[in-house]
Ligand binder design. Structure first.
Ligand SMILES: CC(C)(COP(=O)(O)OP(=O)(O)OC[C@H]1O[C@@H](n2cnc3c(N)ncnc32)[C@H](O)[C@@H]1OP(=O)(O)O)[C@@H](O)C(=O)NCCC(=O)NCCS
Length: 291
């Protein structure tokens, strides 16, 4: 379809009242694209995506926008503003309104916001099999940084000698944030504090020091560690990984091979992309689906 036939799109800030409609669109958009490629949907149902977006639309930590055509909502997008580096997603457009320039406008809206607020960089995780999102993000200036393998299961090894994993406490935050600075060059302290509050965060100690942490061993959690051994200890401590799975950087062959030897299965390939500041992490890490 040519640009001339594209609809007039109005982008506005999302409100919690928009969450049910956007949750349905989000579920239908992911179901359709994943099913078309033979992959399971990332979410169990529209109530789940509605609940997720309801939380994000109501939170001051996220900048969320919806797109309307003729007064009808056709899509939404969110920007995680909890750290200096921002994370985009989930972005979804009604399957009946895709490929008409709506996604472009919703991406531009959150990138403009990040620029206005002086964010040094913006990141996202893209479904590697999806030609359209790859093309859109690349055209908007995002670079591919890491191929990722979304993995699910329970590791055969249930602990790693010399490593002790325990729930994270607020008193651990400084050590975890310092570790994030060493590995990534910024911290994700707000994210971590919320995860400690929710009881999903864990730390690993080796030689009497904190050598790694996770906000949640899940699709929406990130993990940062000094070495692969520390990450392996965190992974081995999990009964299960919430949502579709954890995101393992596929170029970390040692870790990926360890995951495979431990019985984890690859669910789908994904790609970490970034615009603006990016430095290669110096340590071991798992991104969340936001980044
Ligand atoms: C991905 C998604 C958000 C994009 O939104 P959209 O409104 O469909 O996309 P747009 O029309 O704004 O932009 C798509 C661009 O990719 C281009 N494109 C699409 N398929 C392409 C291909 N195979 N090769 C090259 N370019 C392609 C289009 O031409 C368009 O570029 P243009 O604006 O310069 O013409 C939407 O399709 C969607 O919701 N998909 C399902 C859920 C999803 O995958 N979300 C993203 C998770 S990472």
């Amino acid at each position: 379809m040519s640009r001339k036939t594209r609809p007039e799109v109005v982008v506005r800030m999302a409100t919690p009242e928009d969450a049910a409609v956007c949750g349905r669109i989000c579920f239908e958009a992911f179901s359709a694209i994943n099913a078309a490629h033979g992959f399971p949907c990332d979410f169990p149902g529209p109530e789940h995506t509605g609940g997720l977006l309801s939380m994000m639309f109501a939170s001051p930590d996220f900048y969320c926008v919806v797109a309307e055509v003729d007064g009808r909502i056709v899509g939404s997008n969110c920007l995680d503003e909890r750290s200096a580096v921002r994370g985009v997603g989930p972005i979804t457009i009604d399957p009946g309104a895709q490929n008409l320039g709506v996604g472009h406008k919703l991406m531009q809206a959150v990138m403009d916001r990040a620029n206005e607020r002086g964010a040094p960089g913006v990141r996202l995780v893209q479904a590697a099999f999806h030609n359209r999102s790859l093309s859109l993000y690349t055209s908007l200036g995002f670079d591919i940084r890491e191929p990722l393998s979304c993995m699910q299961g329970q590791t055969v090894e249930r602990s790693i000698p010399g490593c002790e994993v325990r729930p994270a406490k607020h008193a651990d935050a400084d050590a975890c944030n310092a570790l994030s600075w060493r590995v990534h060059g910024f911290d994700r302290g707000v994210d971590l504090a919320q995860a400690i509050e929710q009881g999903t965060a864990r730390v690993v100690e080796r030689g009497g020091r904190i050598t790694g942490y996770t906000t949640h061993l899940a699709f929406f959690g990130h993990s940062t560690a000094e070495t692969n051994v520390d990450l392996q200890a965190l992974l081995a401590s999990a009964e299960s990984f919430a949502g579709p799975g954890i995101l393992v950087p596929s170029r970390n062959s040692v870790l990926l091979r360890w995951c495979l030897a431990n019985g984890l299965r690859v669910v789908q390939p994904m790609t970490l992309m970034s615009a603006g500041l990016y430095s290669d992490p110096s340590g071991a890490w798992l991104p969340s689906v936001l980044f």
